[in-house]
Design a binder for this molecule. Structure first.
Ligand code: NAG
Ligand code: NAG
Length: 538
């Protein structure tokens, strides 16, 4: 606390000069992060990874709702680099989203200072590189937003708070991975699953006390199931939603998702296995960590707790039990349930079908037949400077159509304050995980086969939770409702990085003709300029 106040005093003046868009009364937090290569040996062979300030995974960003983050990112890699803040809503501020449609990548030996506010959110999030396949080499970290002092959270303060970044991992260098994708191949099957960059992590606590485990899937491809030997997990938060607090023996976490559970150390003092094992994958990769009771002298023993053997049905059923606690508040004092999303009639329905076409003989991925390719100029800059020929609105249909897939820089137009229904239709045999930048959304239904309007009867229109990443099961659909209250150029993408990299993404341009700082902030004065915007001034 003292250290925060001090920072605020030292930096307050500076900040007022340079940041006019963030509210002065909210605290400022300053960071300088340097991105370098380093060598670690998580799987017995030394390999090149991406470090932030010398750390792998990167530093944990622990902030409070409404904090102003001023983060200078210095790129010492040999390739352009960007971080994106997964699930941070960036209200009115897609300028800071850190994806290639909104930001020029930071060139080697150069820097960019992100300025954003963690507005109206409490919960478990993460950041990771959005450029090339950098995410396969690290550069990711936890981003936890804590409640402001006067905002209650619906659970007692835990005795400790653990962040677990879990994901599939390759020994292969990230450059080799993106080069092989460029040549038209698939990613190979991963070599392992790491927990916080290791295969031997350990978490300790006192018997009788309760700890929070914040679990995120930072992997590239594969869902995992998470469980702790002999312990039940009480689900309390999912990507900023406070949930009905059910107990679970194990939880499925899909690529790009985060959940927070409370675990009471209510067993005899010894060490217990923590297990993450892949789901819906050709082979099952399993990694363990240790839950250590402080008074324990007994190492882990016994068989690993078994994961679910049923696949889709089990997982879909579990997903439907993740619900909003309607009387609990989130980042605001009023209860989450006071927003009656189920009573609003959507203005339209968008159906997004993923596919895995070959285009020019190369493996690509597409949404409604369009396989996204990055423009040389960020779409946000093209929009701001009125540079023609970078993208066109409606370059992607809002319903699936028949015909061959093609490459394009696809942008879908939407009006500010529309309330829309989006159906993710997965006619492939693999899991999907979809993410929308700038928003959270209600996940109101999961079902098998081809979605039809009659499926609306099965929607949860009462206590579905909001989140930023939704899974879609093989040959199934998932429906979300989104309130488009955040103007900007927002990336809608597969959270699975091979698919994202090879085209399963597009941008949603949420816009209104009224030019107003009330709806959207202006271009930041330090915005990097590249592509056809070169030579223009902010
Ligand atoms: C790079 O860092 C310097 C301070 O070290 C800062 O003044 C400058 O604004 C940063 N550049 C960008 C584009 O943010
Ligand atoms: C919902 O939240 C309220 C308010 O914090 C709490 O008292 C209640 O126990 C919670 N209910 C469930 C089912 O989690």
């Amino acid at each position: 606390m003292v250290h925060r106040v001090l920072l605020h005093l030292i930096c307050g003046v500076l900040a007022c000069l340079s940041v006019s868009l963030v509210k002065a009364e909210d605290p400022y937090r300053y960071y300088t992060w340097t991105v370098t290569y380093g060598t670690i040996t998580p799987l017995g062979v030394p390999q090149q990874v991406i470090l932030i300030n010398g750390q792998f995974p990167g530093p944990r960003l622990d902030v409070v709702t409404n904090d102003n983050i001023i983060l200078n990112l210095i790129n010492k890699l040999d390739q352009p680099f960007l971080l994106t803040w997964n699930g941070i809503k960036q209200r009115k501020n897609s300028w800071q989203d850190g994806v290639l449609g909104t930001n020029c990548p930071i060139p080697p030996n150069s820097n960019y200072t992100y300025k954003f506010q963690t507005k109206d959110q409490i919960g478990t999030f993460m950041y990771f590189p959005s450029t090339l396949m950098h995410r396969a080499a690290g550069g990711f970290g936890g981003l936890n937003i804590y409640a402001r002092p006067r905002i209650p959270v619906p659970y007692p303060d835990p005795a400790g708070d653990f962040t677990l970044l879990i994901g599939d991992w390759y020994k292969i260098n990230h450059k080799t991975l993106h080069q092989s994708l460029d040549l038209g191949s698939h990613l190979p099957f991963p070599d392992a699953v790491l927990i916080n960059g290791q295969i031997h992590s350990s978490f300790s606590g006192d018997q009788g006390k309760t700890y929070m485990f914040r679990i995120s899937n930072v992997g590239l491809l594969i869902s995992f199931n998470f469980r702790i030997q002999g312990h039940k997990m009480k689900l309390v938060e999912v990507e900023g939603s406070h949930t009905v607090q059910n107990f679970y023996d194990s939880l499925d976490v899909h690529v790009g998702q985060s959940v927070a559970v409370l675990v009471t150390l209510d067993q005899p003092p010894k060490d217990y296995y923590i297990v993450a094992s892949t789901r819906f994958s050709r082979r099952v990769l399993t990694t363990t960590a240790v839950l250590h009771y402080d008074k324990s002298h007994n190492p882990v023993s016994g068989p690993l707790p078994a994961g679910p053997t049923y696949q889709i049905h089990w997982s879909m059923k579990q997903a439907r039990t993740f619900r909003w606690n309607l009387t609990a508040n989130a980042a605001r004092p009023n209860p989450q349930g006071s927003f009656h999303y189920g009573k609003i009639t959507p203005s339209r329905t968008i159906v997004l079908a993923n596919s895995a076409p070959l285009i020019n003989g190369k493996q690509r991925y597409a949404v409604n037949r369009v396989s996204y390719i990055n423009a040389d100029t960020p779409l946000k800059l093209a929009d701001y400077f009125n540079i023609p020929g970078i993208f066109s609105l409606n370059s992607i249909e809002s319903l699936p159509t028949d015909g061959p897939a093609f490459l394009a820089t696809s942008v879908m137009a939407a009006s500010l304050h529309e309330f829309i229904e989006i159906v993710f239709q997965n006619n492939e045999k693999t899991m999907q995980s979809w993410h929308v930048d700038g928003y959270d959304f209600w996940v109101i239904g999961y079902g098998r086969g081809e979605w039809a309007p009659a499926n609306r009867k099965s929607y949860n229109l009462v206590d579905a939770l909001t989140r930023h990443t939704a899974q879609v099961y093989p040959n199934s659909w998932t429906t979300i409702l989104v309130s488009l209250d955040n103007q900007g150029m927002w990336n809608l993408r597969s959270a699975m990085w091979e698919r994202q990299y090879l085209g399963q993404q597009f941008y949603l341009r949420v816009w209104t003709p009224d030019h107003s700082l009330y709806n959207e902030y202006d271009i930041p004065s330090n915005a990097l300029i590249c592509g056809k915007a070169k030579g223009r001034h902010t």
